[in-house]
Design a binder for this molecule. Structure first.
Ligand code: SF4
Length: 429
């Protein structure tokens, strides 16, 4: 049976689709592209913003129209939050949420890949849930692998739908993480990225006495571990213990994403973010004292309900003072079911868009400044792609994106190579 995966949303969704595709192959299915006449199309949806939900709905409708004979299975965050709405779409055959996703393949086997009555299996969450293991992903281009270590979130920031879509924080058993990392390194991956929904909470739900710092300490000991990159870490979970471990391990990439969300204390409190700007500034300072060249990046949300122009300006000043090496700026998106969705004084879309632009502008300026300090210094590039002109494209350990010309070396570049270079202005993309 031929199955095709279509995925929207974040890296975790991408990773999970790839793992399920691997599972499908192990179970005897053939994974094909959309234009190869699939027997079943599996749509992995997103609902983190209103745009994510709208894209999910549009994709489901398009696939039903263009593949009338295929079984349509919908999974992911959008169907977890809106199971009935998805099940009622004519043409949808199977609805699962963010759990029990392997069931899709039992269903396909049972129905022989034929369209039957709509079957919905979206479970609600409970506190005793365990992490759902999915297969190890091995791609042909063994360059950078995502290694999922955790799912769910207990924080319930007032604007965020994720805890409702992903359930409580569940950590993967350390031995399973280590085994997957060993398998990835043995098959030739050069960089491993730890992903999850809230990786700083790693270990809190496990019986064993391990946390993120402890897990990293074990991972960096593995043979062949040259580059270990960390996904986003919440400010309060960037502990002294974690800083100690990452600053003494050569393999950990000095590139940390620490979501700030707002540079105004009143807004942080309304967002139910458990820190202040002072705390955040001290954290950055502490990291820079240990790792002066680290790239520190952040997420910033513009136009949270009630955010005044003065508060936005206050936020901009703080953001600028953080000297981020990268900013992901995005507008607040009203998510039904969250506390912030019911708050008064929702900010107009036009104002949100203007504020996002202003944050991006600061982000570009501070990113340029961050990169400039490395001109004339030696950096190591992981070659991710070699273009027709022979140039090597990739990222350094501190996540600077570079393009090295073919004539830099006598031998042609190869994807997966680690190449040392002295940074020149023209290499920066
Ligand atoms: S920490 Fe806050 S923003 Fe991040 S997933 Fe959890 S609730 Fe959402």
């Amino acid at each position: 049976m031929k199955v095709c995966f279509l995925t929207l949303g974040c890296k975790v969704n991408q990773t999970e689709s790839e793992a399920l595709a691997q599972y499908a192959v192990e179970e005897g299915f053939r994974v094909v592209k959309e234009d190869e006449n699939p027997d079943a199309v599996i749509i992995n949806t997103c609902t983190v913003t209103a745009t994510g939900s709208s894209k999910s709905r549009k994709l489901i409708h398009r696939i039903i129209k263009e593949h009338p004979g295929s079984v349509i299975a919908v999974m992911g965050c959008y169907s977890q939050i809106n199971p009935n709405e998805v099940a009622e779409i004519e043409g949808v055959d199977l609805v699962v949420g963010t759990q029990d996703r392997k069931l899709i393949f039992d269903y396909l086997r049972m129905t022989g890949g034929k369209k039957k009555e709509t079957f919905s299996h979206v479970k609600s969450f409970n506190r005793d849930m365990k992490y759902e293991e999915l297969p190890v992903i091995v791609r042909e281009s063994r360059i950078r692998a995502m290694l999922k270590i955790q799912d769910g979130c207990n924080q319930f920031c007032s604007y965020c739908i994720v805890p409702y879509a992903r359930g409580p924080s569940r950590s993967r058993e350390p031995k399973n993480v280590i085994n997957e990392a060993k398998a990835l390194l043995a098959s030739g991956y050069k960089e491993i990225v730890l992903t999850g929904i809230h990786i700083g909470a790693y270990g809190q739900d496990l019986q064993t006495d391990i946390n993120l710092a402890g897990l990293i300490a074990e991972l960096v000991q593995l043979d062949g571990m040259n580059r270990l990159r960390l996904g986003s870490i919440e400010p309060l979970e960037f502990t002294d213990e974690l800083l100690e471990v990452i600053s003494s391990a050569e393999a950990v990439c000095p590139h940390f994403h620490i979501p700030l969300q707002s540079g105004c204390n009143r807004i942080l409190s309304a967002m139910k973010r458990p820190y202040t700007t002072d705390y955040y500034a001290q954290l950055l300072q502490k990291i820079r004292e240990r790792l002066p060249e680290a790239a520190l990046a952040s997420d910033i949300m513009a136009g949270f309900p009630g955010e005044t122009e003065e508060e936005h300006q206050e936020s901009l000043r703080f953001i600028e003072s953080c000297k981020f090496a990268g900013i992901h700026a995005f507008p607040y998106s009203r998510r039904p079911g969250t506390i912030a969705a019911e708050m008064p004084n929702q900010v107009a879309n036009k104002t949100k868009a203007k504020r996002v632009r202003e944050i991006i502008e600061i982000g570009q300026k501070t990113k340029q400044k961050y990169i400039q300090q490395f001109i004339g210094k030696e950096l190591e590039l992981l070659v991710e792609k070699v273009t027709e002109d022979g140039a090597a494209h990739g990222h350094t350990k501190n996540y600077i994106e570079l393009k090295l010309p073919a004539n830099l070396r006598t031998e042609p570049f190869q994807p997966g190579q680690l190449v040392k270079c002295i940074l020149r202005e023209e290499y920066i993309t």
